[in-house]
Design a protein around this ligand. Structure first.
Ligand code: AMP
Ligand code: GLY
Length: 419
């Protein structure tokens, strides 16, 4: 069986690793992949934004099943292109991907379906945005409407900060977009939770929740990143809370999509804030989380491929997922300067002599001659698995201590939580 994974991060490495471990007969391909993925899959050198070329490759190579990691190819319609060529692919259509691609669409969808979320208003006019800000309490959250690689959200602490971001959007046009709509949203405080379901038409199956660390520095300081570490399970998320999330958020979302005649096959990732009022949706994503996938998949005893194929075939109802009791903790090692500018091509040492219960999922790495060098901001995910979060955390940090590349850094407080 030939499987193609689209993407090049730790998430895609974890997906390849899981499928390689469960389907021994699978031949894996990744577009474009990274150095770690290259150890278990054939790397295909096609630019990740050339969707027609990726589909032609899949047709030519008779790929049986394709899994898409990042949001951009989904929002650009990779699933529609594959389907036209009668190729099996896991992920939402371009239309369904609007759930992530437009913050305005998502907020209006939530309001229409009574899905709990922060109060908000929408405007595409600078003067009007200013007026709203003048009347607001702080902090306030401003979200650019389109995909912005994690840079489209600003939590403004005061009027000056809010104006700064609005000027960036409306005057400096930093997102180089004709669409200048923004959502101005109530700031929600509480604990964040990443909640995932595999959706296949009218049915869904929940995955294990995870907790992501978005800010760059210890103690949740500094700017937002793609995620600096993660853990699962999440002690704060009781079975009761999970049931509540399914009832009040997941099911209304699936029903709401059906009401809009959107057939949704793929992951729905609910970015939640657990507030005093209960769980509220911060955002939807239409894909697996990164680094959440790197802690969820090592805990999954059931087969991943079988579940994703069942979603595509409309047979999700027959599936259940068995989870291991163990905990998993991921510490992300990043290039100095990330999430701002950083250098690449730096040699990495200490990746070998891996102990059982520790896995390194590569993100921004590539092979140069026989050396593995950095090629991105987030470089490695070091994942420890143990009986408790404490044990998993100790294993991850023990391995992190043996890895080195110039100017590397990582957060020291990942999964430092009460169990
Ligand atoms: P989003 O892309 O909408 O998930 O926003 C990125 C991050 O900004 C979230 O993971 C939160 O940490 C933060 N955030 C977004 N919306 C809010 C909100 N209404 N209140 C507080 N924090 C938020
Ligand atoms: N970990 C955040 C994301 O995948 O968007």
């Amino acid at each position: 069986m030939k499987i193609l994974v689209v993407g090049s991060g730790g998430r895609e490495h974890a997906i390849c690793w899981k499928i390689a471990s469960e389907v021994k007969s699978a031949t894996l391909y990744a577009v474009p992949g990274n150095a770690g993925i290259g150890e278990i899959a054939n790397l295909v050198d096609i630019p990740p934004d050339n969707l027609q070329e990726i589909a032609s490759f899949a047709k030519r190579e008779k790929i049986d099943f394709t899994i898409v990691g990042p949001e951009l190819p989904l929002a650009d319609g990779i699933v529609d292109i594959f389907k036209k060529k009668k190729l099996k692919i896991f992920g939402p259509s371009q239309k369904a991907s609007t759930l992530e691609a437009s913050k305005v669409w998502a907020k209006e969808f939530m309001a229409e379906n009574n899905i709990p979320t922060g109060k908000f208003c929408v405007t595409d006019d600078f003067i009007n945005a200013k007026k709203i800000i003048e009347k607001s309490a702080f902090p306030i959250v401003i979200k650019f409407d389109g995909l912005a690689a994690g840079k489209g959200v600003s939590i403004a602490q005061d009027y000056k900060g809010a104006m700064f971001f609005l000027e960036d959007i409306f005057e400096k046009n930093i997102f180089s977009s004709k669409n200048k709509r923004v959502v101005i949203e109530e700031f929600l405080s509480g604990e964040e939770l990443s909640y995932f379901v595999v959706a296949g038409g009218d049915s869904f199956i929940s995955l294990a929740p995870a907790r992501d660390y978005k800010r760059v520095y210890d103690g949740d300081k500094g700017p937002n990143t793609g995620g600096m570490g993660c853990y699962s399970p999440v002690p704060m998320c009781s079975q009761e809370l999970e049931k509540f999330i399914e009832k009040k958020i997941v099911i209304p979302t699936i029903r709401g999509l059906q009401k809009r005649n959107i057939e949704y096959v793929g992951i729905i990732y609910f970015g939640l804030m657990i507030t005093d009022r209960g769980p509220e949706v911060l955002e939807y994503n239409v894909r697996f989380g990164d680094p959440e996938t790197e802690v969820i998949l090592p805990r999954m005893a059931s087969g991943l491929l079988e579940i994703l194929q069942a979603a595509v075939e409309g047979e999700l109802r027959r599936q259940t997922i068995v989870w291991k009791k163990e905990a998993a903790v991921d510490v992300v090692i990043a290039s100095g300067g990330y999430p701002g500018s950083y250098i690449t091509g730096v040699p990495i040492t200490g990746l070998d002599s891996i102990k059982p219960d520790v896995t390194i999922f590569h993100a921004g790495t590539k092979k140069k001659n026989d050396t593995i060098v950095t090629s991105g901001g987030r470089v490695l995910n070091v994942v420890g698995v143990g009986k408790t979060l404490k044990e998993a955390r100790a294993k991850a940090y023990e391995k992190v201590d043996t890895i080195f590349f110039k100017d590397m850094f990582y957060r020291k407080d990942i999964a430092a939580v009460e169990e």
